[in-house]
Design a protein around this ligand. Structure first.
Ligand code: HEM
Length: 143
């Protein structure tokens, strides 16, 4: 009985989430973020492995390119801000993206220098920054 309830609830949750996605097509910034995320996950998996440094550096480069492109876009949440605050909000977003590019540059330098052992700490810093920036700029899921 418990299991059936669980299955029913899971099915409901899945259909609700796909309906939500259908209503909200990915933004241009969302597309860039997806590319950043794909590259970053791979980097996280292989950064400790020095035999993969050439590929890790290629993925870091693609992360930087997508971050650069993101810096010319606006978060969707800009529209929720009062008109008088929007310019400052977008400027702050751009400066945080630049800070992330700098951090990813630090990761690049570590890998280039063969300091694979230092990469894990920088990756943790990237994750902490990402989480802080998402809290500030990304639409929060309804509670
Ligand atoms: C390692 C760094 C980052 C990763 C892996 C990442 C990943 C993601 C992912 C997976 C999404 C959802 C995309 C979608 O399906 O629509 C997203 C959305 C978003 N991210 Fe990031 N992100 C990173 C850094 C940042 C930074 C530095 C900022 C801002 C300074 C930021 C701001 C946003 C915003 C605003 C959205 C919502 C898209 C929109 O408003 O159109 N992210 N991010």
């Amino acid at each position: 009985m418990k299991n059936r309830l669980l299955i029913a609830l899971t099915a409901l949750a899945l259909s609700a989430s796909s309906a939500f996605c259908a209503d909200e097509p990915k933004t241009e910034l969302g597309e860039k973020m997806t590319a950043i995320s794909t590259a970053f996950r791979a980097i996280g998996r292989q950064a400790a492995d020095a035999t993969k440094n050439a590929d890790t550096l290629a993925k870091i480069a693609s992360m930087k390119t997508a971050l650069e492109a993101s810096s010319h876009l606006k978060p969707a949440t800009t529209a929720d801000k009062p008109a008088a605050e929007q310019a400052a909000y977008v400027a702050k977003f751009q400066s945080e993206i630049k800070a992330m590019i700098a951090l990813v540059g630090k990761l690049e330098e570590a890998i280039k220098g063969g300091h694979n052992d230092a990469a894990a700490k920088i990756i943790d810093e990237v994750k902490a920054e990402q989480s802080k920036d998402h809290k500030e700029f990304r639409k929060q899921a309804a509670k």
